[in-house]
Write a protein that binds this ligand. Structure first.
Ligand code: SF4
Length: 343
């Protein structure tokens, strides 16, 4: 099945000029989970109807740490499957692989020429990663320059809105500083200053109550099989004070209940009072949660399975996405070179 992009008579791609443009992306580091869905994908599905959306497979970003240990190419395929299975629509949004649009690497280099190292060193994420990963003298420029590549992604498409949560505001501010510096140094408003499109993100903890993390293996995949989903929910930690079904419970300290507050909105009050009154057992309570999450992810899982059998269709989507992205990126790079006065 071919995706047919709209083209003008002279063969150029039609790029939606009326809608404001948004760039967002994820790193291809493994199958996506419910945290990714609530934190970004659900919002993207809405945004693709209102904005000219570019959703990137950020494979260069995935190389920032342990580049030699990753199979980024196959992970990029998996990430595309996840994007499509939840409802990102290639007829509405542009899906492309970052490394296939060479202008990302080119602009990253050029922006690195004007970005002071001190700005990058003060970035909270950089400091956290250096201490958490215990990198010492092995810190790479790739890790330090991550915000420069992130800025490149945004400004290459002249995106004026970036969908983020409040915790990412410092990163966006750094991008805005880089943009201001570039425009000032070369005395030309090449890039718009990107603004945050703040998104309320429900806080979803890991299944064990800790922060959701791949290293803790405490998440539910968007492609989770039904039996594995039940196993994961069945093993979730509940109120330790509840031994028998009729023991009064404390839903406020129960991870299952924190999930109900997100996935069982209409039943939440009833579950809370039944738990406090000892009128529901934890297994029955978990079965309700299982049923509500299964209702959400079953269609994703089925669509993903079908799409995985059509690699040529996925390639077509990425190829059309690359063409559309490269057309815009090429024009931006030409403006940048003219401003810098290089050929
Ligand atoms: S009944 Fe539900 S909310 Fe209450 S402790 Fe058990 S699992 Fe948690």
């Amino acid at each position: 099945m071919k995706i047919r992009p709209q083209k003008t008579e002279d063969g150029n791609m039609i790029i939606n000029a009326e809608k404001r443009r948004i760039l967002s992306g994820m790193r291809p580091t493994g199958k996506l989970h419910l945290g990714h869905y609530l934190g970004a994908l659900k919002n993207w599905i809405t945004l693709q109807n209102e904005y000219d959306c570019f959703f990137e497979i950020a494979d260069l970003h995935a190389l920032t740490e342990n580049a030699e240990k990753k199979d980024v190419k196959s992970m990029s395929f998996e990430l595309t499957l996840d994007y499509l299975s939840v409802g990102i629509d290639p007829k509405k949004a542009t899906i492309f692989v970052q490394s296939e649009v060479r202008e990302h690497s080119e602009l990253h280099l050029l922006l690195s020429m004007i970005t002071p190292v001190s700005w990058l060193e003060r970035c909270p994420t950089y400091k956290d990663q250096v201490s958490q990963l215990n990198l010492g003298p092995n810190v790479t420029y790739g890790l330090l320059g991550y915000p420069v590549l992130m800025t490149t992604d945004i400004v290459l498409y002249k995106s004026d809105r970036v969908p983020i949560g409040k915790d990412q505001l410092p990163h966006l501010e750094l991008s805005r500083e880089i943009v201001r510096r570039f425009n000032f140094l070369f005395n030309k408003d090449v890039f718009p200053e990107p603004e945050a499109l703040l998104t309320e993100i429900p806080l979803l903890s890991g299944l064990d109550g800790r922060k959701m993390s791949k290293s803790y293996n405490n998440f539910i995949l968007l492609s989770e099989e039904e039996k594995d989903l039940w196993e994961k929910i069945r093993n979730m930690v509940t109120d330790p004070a509840r031994i028998k079904k009729d023991d009064p419970g404390h839903p406020d300290i129960c991870t299952v209940y924190s999930y109900h507050k997100i996935f069982s909105l209409n039943e939440c009050d009833e579950i809370e009072s039944d738990c406090k009154g000892g009128n529901i057992g934890c297994v029955a309570c978990k079965k309700k949660l299982f049923s509500n999450i299964e209702t959400i992810i079953a269609p994703f899982r089925e669509k993903r399975k079908k799409l995985s059998l059509e690699p040529d269709f996925i390639e077509d989507i990425l190829s059309e996405g690359r063409k559309k992205a490269a057309e815009i990126a090429g024009k931006t790079i030409a403006e940048v070179k003219e401003a810098i006065k290089i050929r």
